[in-house]
Design a protein around this ligand. Structure first.
Ligand code: GCO
Length: 490
């Protein structure tokens, strides 16, 4: 099962772009291929205070799915349906983080993390999605945030990482405009509850993935396959983002807020005019139809006109201003580039990983970051996801090489003037990789599938050194490292 299908769908015309390939938005174009990577000679140091971090999300690690009053989310429902996930895996126990919170906090401190990006399970704090807070659920996040602060780690809280409360799905979920307001109300409750301690907030994680996998291919929760309404959900997600930003401003809480978008630079696979046209068209779907609303308060020219009627009807006067509420940062999630030929087919030009959609191309990160600065200005950026799965158990030298090359690309972007403030590796722990279940292991820290015992991988040991040095030595070559034998608590 492949996780990211959007490219295929857009190329097949399943997702209407409404943009004439002859007429890409003026002044913007799909990425030009990067120059060959220049191996840096000396040590690469990042700016003082650079936020080296790691990312997780609630359903992927917490477990305790029915404890302390938590209500089900769409992912509980979906993962329990036959045939939805690899081997029928669910997040019922996941990495058991809910019960191993302090062990995990100590592991983070042992790594030297400066920043930790997690998500709040909406249905743990609001079992029905709305109404009165579940104090026991909320208490978990108080303990997590207090534990981070006590260890000198900055909390970065994501409000929605795909786990819509099932109670709200039963009322229509993101297809309903009301869902945007339900989300904003929940966000407001979080700002009031945790906003004296959490100062960086992310509204949505990867709305593009929710739309493409949750509503077009149906391979993610809620498992809907309906192209006509997929971008209705997409619009309501963006509306939710904007309303939550407004609620944040109204709360008077200090700090910053932004969205977490997964973006892929799109390249022509050859020098033909046809490939360039296809790349410009696909760039709209992969990048611009998310960046433009959030950063410019509009959909790309012609995009909405090319959408099915229900999508056009969903967009009302005044919505643009909500979508484009001023944000304080943009969280960038980068995994892969897309190379496209004149027929609109994807051409993989680089090695892939166990996740076959993940074509490894670190220069794409440089191109993406510099493109955002060029086209959208100097908004502070933080990388909230980048990483790879590997079948290597704890001696994950392939992950070290992957991260080293992406850190070096990020460093080049910083040198080019990009305001990059942090880099969060996906992921801290091996976890529930959605439809792939536990078959893909993305963690710096191994989680034993049977006992859930933790063990630091070679990449964790290596990352600790990167953080301690605030960068890479010797032009970014991987330092030899040995996996940790035990977790620090034992
Ligand atoms: C995503 C998610 C993560 C995934 C990761 C690896 O954004 O897709 O935020 O939950 O696990 O990207 O596929």
């Amino acid at each position: 099962m492949r996780r990211r299908h959007l490219f295929t769908l857009a190329a097949a015309g399943a997702v209407a772009t409404g943009c004439s390939p002859d007429d890409p938005a003026p002044g913007r174009s799909a990425a030009a291929p990067a120059q060959a990577p220049t191996p840096a000679a000396g040590p690469l140091r990042f700016p003082d205070g650079f936020a080296w971090g790691a990312s997780t999300s609630a359903y992927q690690i917490e477990g305790a799915a029915a404890e302390d009053g938590r209500g089900p989310s769409v992912w509980d429902t979906f993962s329990h349906q036959p045939g939805r996930t690899h081997g029928g895996d669910t997040g019922d126990v996941a990495a058991d983080h809910y019960h191993r919170l302090y062990e995990d906090l100590d592991l983070m401190k042992d790594l030297g993390l400066k920043s930790y990006r997690f998500s709040i399970s909406w249905s743990r704090v609001l079992p029905q999605g709305r109404g009165a807070l579940n104090a026991r659920g909320l208490d978990f996040y108080h303990r997590l945030v207090d534990g981070l602060l006590a260890r000198g780690i900055t909390p970065v809280a994501t409000l929605f990482h795909w786990d819509t409360p099932q109670a709200l799905q039963d009322r229509g979920g993101w297809e309903q405009r009301d869902c945007a307001q339900w989300f904003a109300d929940y966000a407001q409750q979080m700002f009031y509850s945790l906003g004296d301690k959490v100062t960086t907030w992310l509204t949505l994680n990867e709305p593009k993935t929710v739309v493409s996998l949750g509503y077009v291919t149906g391979t993610h929760a809620p498992g809907i396959k309906d192209r006509k309404i997929a971008n209705v959900a997409g619009h309501h997600l963006l509306l939710a983002h904007g309303l939550a930003v407004r609620a944040f401003r109204a709360s008077g809480r200090k700090g910053g807020i932004g969205a977490a978008l997964n973006l892929s630079p799109v390249y022509a696979a050859d020098g033909s005019a046809g490939a360039a046209k296809q790349a410009a068209t696909l760039d709209v779907e992969e990048n611009l139809r998310w960046l433009d609303p959030v950063l410019l308060g509009k959909y790309p020219d012609g995009w909405l006109a090319g959408q099915p009627a229900p999508v056009r009807a969903a967009v009302r006067d005044g919505d643009a201003a909500v979508l484009g509420e001023r944000t304080d940062l943009l969280a960038v999630q980068y995994y892969n580039p897309v190379f496209v030929d004149a027929k609109g087919g994807r051409v993989k030009q680089h090695p892939t990983t166990q996740a076959t959609w993940l074509e490894v191309y670190p220069d794409g990160l440089y191109d993406l970051l510099t493109r955002i600065k060029r086209d959208y200005g100097d908004i502070p950026l933080t990388i909230t996801e980048n990483g790879m799965p590997t079948t290597n158990d704890v001696q994950d030298d392939d992950r070290i090489a992957f991260l080293r090359d992406h850190f070096a690309a990020a460093h080049r972007a910083v040198q080019a003037g990009v305001r990059l403030q942090g880099f969060h590796v996906w992921s801290l722990l091996d976890n529930f990789e959605w439809a792939e279940g536990y078959s893909q292991r993305w963690g710096l820290i191994r989680v034993d599938p049977a006992t859930r015992d933790r063990r630091r991988k070679a990449s964790a040991e290596w990352y600790r050194g990167v953080i301690a040095r605030n960068g890479l030595d010797g032009g970014g070559s991987a330092q030899p490292s040995q996996p940790g034998r035990t977790s620090p608590a034992s």
